[in-house]
Every structure is written in C-alpha cells, then in structure tokens.
Write a protein that binds this ligand. Structure first.
Ligand code: SAH
Length: 212
C-alpha cells in the first residue's frame, strides 16, 4: 500500500489538537499557541516524527513544530504523541515552499532538515530543501543568530547542499561527511527514522550546521 493512501488520514489530522490546520493564523503568534516565550525549532519534512518527538521529550523548554506534506506520514507522528502528553510540539501538514505564510520574520530559532528528498534531476534543483531558494525562505523566518542543521546519507544531495551555502551568503558552523564517526558532532545526536535505516545499511551520514 502506498503510504499516502492511508484512509482517513486527513480527517484524523483535522481534528487532532496537536495539528494546526490554519498555520497562517499563528504567524507571529506561535508563542500564544504554546503559551510561553520559549524558543521555537522546526523540522521540515519530518516524516513519522521520531526525531522531533524525541527532542520534545528531552527539551521541555523548547517548542517544536513539525512540517510534513503528506497526511499519511503525519498521522504516524500524531500517534507517537498519543501517550507522551507533550505540550511543546505541534504539527502542520503543508508544502514547505509556503513556510513564510506560517511564520513571521525572525520567529524561529533553528531549522532541522533530515534526509530531505534528493530531487535528482537538475531541473528540479530548486525544489531541494537545501537550495538557495529555500535558504532565502529560511533567512526570513530565522532569528539573526539562528541555524539550519541538515543530515543526509545522499552524496550528491550533500555536495549540492554544501555548494549552495556560500552561494546564498551563508557560512558553515560545522560540516562532516561521517557524523557517526565524528567524536564532537555525534554528541547528543538524535537519530531519525531514515538515519537508523540508512546507517544500518552501512551508509555514512553527512551533516552540516550553517548560519548567516
Ligand atoms: N525526516 C524524516 C523523514 C525523511 S523523508 C527522517 O529523517 O526520518 C523526507 C520527508 O520530507 C518525507 O516525509 C516527505 O514527504 C517530506 N517532504 C519532502 N519535501 C517536502 C516539502 N517540500 N514540504 C513538506 N514536506 C516535505
């Protein structure tokens, strides 16, 4: 079965208290949604949400928003939250291209991109979540000293992503082609679903952290 065809997924999301159906209404007011002024971090393309729900449990004083375009995977993230009683996490089903409709200038502290779709064809390069076009969007919603953290096992995507950083006027805070063997960067690493799968297959995991 193709995941995106999970029956009733959209309806389940629409009535779930952790799913935000009209994110544009929270733009500039996410602190009201969370009921505090804690920093807000995003994962774009969060899939089934293992990474973000783990972080939310570890860091009750940080607020997390997961963005995912497919309801079928987003419902899995909602299910993960069922018994956790977390009040510092929300989910949005949306296409990341429209992220500036959901968050105001400088509203976000950190953006995580984990195992983003590679879009291997050259003509689709601007759809990659690490392209100059997307970095421009992140530039708007991120705080001045905010960072983007990106992990992938895909060599071509990582190479492309690394090239985009100076092109967009950003700079590296850290970069590794083998995260799990990098003594410093691996500290506190929280595994994602894809990371578990691909590192289990012997793929080295690449990571960068970038800032403006
Ligand atoms: N981050 C998870 C899932 C990686 S798969 C992990 O590491 O395990 C990539 C996910 O990003 C998929 O669920 C896909 O639907 C989502 N995605 C890709 N492009 C997106 C976009 N433009 N907007 C929102 N979600 C996107």
């Amino acid at each position: 079965m193709r995941l995106r065809n999970v029956p009733g997924a959209r309806e389940d999301i629409a009535k779930h208290e952790l799913a935000i159906n009209e994110p544009e209404n929270n733009k500039g007011k996410w602190n009201e949604e969370f009921g505090n002024n804690n920093p807000i971090q995003l994962e774009i393309g969060m899939g089934k949400g293992l990474f973000l729900t783990t972080l939310a449990q570890q860091n009750p004083n940080i607020n997390y928003v997961g963005i995912e375009k497919y309801s079928s995977v987003l419902v899995r993230a909602l299910e993960k939250c069922e018994d956790l009683e977390l009040d510092n996490i929300r989910f949005i089903r949306m296409e990341a291209e429209y992220i500036e409709d959901a968050f105001a200038e400088g509203e976000i502290d950190k953006i995580y991109l984990n195992f983003s779709d590679p879009w291997p064809k050259d003509r689709h390069a601007k759809r990659r979540l690490t392209s100059v076009q997307f970095l421009k969007r992140y530039d708007t919603i991120l705080k001045k000293d905010g960072v983007v953290e990106f992990k992938t096992d895909n060599d071509d995507l990582f190479e492309f992503s690394v090239e985009q950083v100076p092109e967009a006027g950003w700079e590296f805070v850290a970069k590794t082609w083998d995260l799990h063997n990098d003594k410093e960067l691996v500290q506190g690493n929280v595994m994602t679903e894809y990371e578990t799968k691909f590192s289990g297959m012997g793929h080295p995991i690449h990571k960068y952290i970038i800032k403006r």
